[in-house]
Design a protein around this ligand. Structure first.
Ligand SMILES: C[S@@+](CC[C@H](N)C(=O)[O-])C[C@H]1O[C@@H](n2cnc3c(N)ncnc32)[C@H](O)[C@@H]1O
Length: 168
């Protein structure tokens, strides 16, 4: 597979998972957390498919497309491990969808960061929250979901958080 094919498959999987997660939370209250703004592609997609949701973005350095920069009051600027803890002071129990896409080419670093993020998520999560991520987030109460049709298993991760009396 060429690198172009690989990128296309990854982005197609990412979009399919976000679309499925958006449908899943349609009848649920709550905010969205976008971990890793990057150039703003998935932030832009989320705000397009979820126009009525508050989307909070976590990013250490904003370098997004100028059209895809979140409002200051919806941006947690800094290291995600610190800002998730800060966010829990105002958003405790309110996140119904978390999208985490902050991996790099370093798989050891990615696994460690995913573990550190997972440790900080439970105080923020609403029961039944959807977790969509580039790396599996190792949360005890997270139940992995099958990928959407056409997405190969393992290409992108989806789970439902079943903690705090959640529903699957
Ligand atoms: C792969 S990009 C995100 C791409 C984005 N989903 C998009 O569609 O454009 C990863 C982003 O995560 C950010 N990031 C990585 N580690 C971080 C950390 N520890 N704290 C905050 N942001 C981090 C990077 O700065 C980068 O912008």
């Amino acid at each position: 597979m060429s690198r172009l094919d690989s990128v296309i498959r990854r982005l197609t999987a990412q979009r399919a998972c976000l679309d499925q997660a958006a449908r899943h939370i349609a009848d649920r209250d709550g905010v969205v957390l976008e971990l890793g703004l990057g150039n703003g592609r998935t932030f832009d997609h989320l705000r397009t498919i979820l126009p009525d949701r508050a989307i909070y973005v976590f990013e250490r350095e904003v370098r997004a497309h100028p059209d895809c920069i979140p409002a200051e009051e919806r941006l947690f600027l800094g290291d995600v491990l610190e800002t998730l803890e800060r966010a829990a002071e105002t958003l405790a129990g309110r996140a119904i969808l978390v999208h985490s896409d902050i991996g790099t080419g370093d798989s050891a670093r990615n696994a460690m960061l995913a573990g550190d993020i997972a440790e900080r998520l439970p105080p923020l999560l609403a029961p039944g929250a959807m977790l969509v991520s580039d790396q599996m987030l190792p949360l005890d109460a997270a139940v992995p979901l099958d990928p959407p049709e056409g997405v190969a298993p393992g290409r992108y991760q989806m789970a439902v958080w079943n903690g705090a009396q959640g529903r699957v």
